[in-house]
Design a protein around this ligand. Sequence first.
Ligand SMILES: Nc1ncnc2c1ncn2[C@@H]1O[C@H](COP(=O)(O)OP(=O)(O)OP(=O)(O)O)[C@@H](O)[C@H]1O
Length: 471
Amino acid sequence: MSQAADAPARVAVIDDDRAIRFVLSRALAQPDLAVECFGEAEEALEALLACPPEVVVTDIRMPGIDGLALMARLHQTHPALPVIVMTAHSNLDSAVASYQGGAFEYLPKPFDVDDALALVRRAVAHVREQARPAVVPENLNDDIIGESPAMQDVFRAIGRLSQSHISVLLRGASGTGKERIARALHQHSPRAERPFIALNMAAIPRDLVESELFGHEKGAFTGATARRAGRFEQADGGTLLLDEIGDMPADTQTRLLRVLADGEFFRVGGHMPVKVDVRIIAATHQHLETLVEDGRFREDLFHRLNVIAIALPSLTQRWEDIPRLARHFLHAAASELETETKVLTAEVEALLGRLAWPGNVRQLENLCRWLTVMASGREVLLEDLPDELRTVDADAAPANGDWRTALRDWAAQTLAADDDQTLEQALPDVEEILMTAALEHTGGRKGEAAALLGWGRNTLTRKLKASRPDG
Ligand SMILES: Nc1ncnc2c1ncn2[C@@H]1O[C@H](COP(=O)(O)OP(=O)(O)OP(=O)(O)O)[C@@H](O)[C@H]1O
């Protein structure tokens, strides 16, 4: 299955419907793909087991062996083979059954041929990335804190991508460390010796975005008194982080798409193309799919950037890391302010683990700076915390709705009843509820559901399997 990164990827299509085979074989007739079609699963199995493709696209309901059984049989010997499951009977059950069977993605019929093509390419990129050794780069844990399972997933993704030049989309709420992770991706890439340039789309006035990105020639506009290199040129050979990509103006999106396709652009007011070799990392806290639906973000650009997406967990999803992060930030703040390092009492640490943290890691960092200045003694006590944090705990007012209080009461009652078995089942139950809601919301699209939950898709697949073992 592992093939040279530039060889066309073999894609097998299995469907008893001749029309679908025809449409897909046309759509997938691309220079980077080699398509083979089969009208029934038996025949396909024999051929594919003898010579496995890189991606399989299969219908579910077919005479003889059905698509899910075909997938199971292929996965026995080729567990990493991505299988895209198509079905006209699109409902949550078939989506869930496909994912539980280990499908890469689920494609409800009728589908848009461009979507099908994008999905196949995503599966190819995925399988080729998976073929790389999944090591967590050395030193990564030294400068980015993350022992929680959620952050370990992120580190593994950085490891897998460490030999790659592929575009990456970082998704995550504000303050979750997207810029930090973008730097780590750069530092652990073959481009580490070349520049890392970050540009925040939300922070530049709209009419300056193009000249900021692509530079300008002398006299291109009033005030352009000299030629100026843009960020693309500055990042040549290295990495360009386009932060808050969802705020990029429409015209610039079109230009960016062209640069990504051609590797060259014109400075504002220029007539000579400038050639660059830049790896793009895009970051967003917005749900880009919604921006696409609303016509505010180009769908083709979205697919181009979204080949590899890494979802950064919110701070509450990695509460295990809070004490270490706090110690790290207290230490950093003390060196910065040339004062002694404060220490949290166990009570304060426990409280920090229970807060909602809407501002994520950055909010914790700011709190640590504040405490370094404001706390009176070396030990930080509950009363040293800013009022708004203490009140949150004092009346247990849930930041995001009433369910936290309900859960807290339920846990207290369960423990009082000596029923510790029930407590153990609570987390999987909560996850199951959230997974079902997310899958329902996305019409069964696992990648998007995983993003909504702040997980990688592998995490969602694993948890789905664990929560519904006989599915
Ligand atoms: N895992 C981590 N370990 C140590 N420091 C971290 C970690 N994650 C984030 N930080 C620190 O938290 C702060 C916020 O991170 P960063 O600026 O990367 O977030 P962001 O997601 O890009 O935020 P925004 O979307 O608001 O721009 C930074 O000072 C960063 O160094």
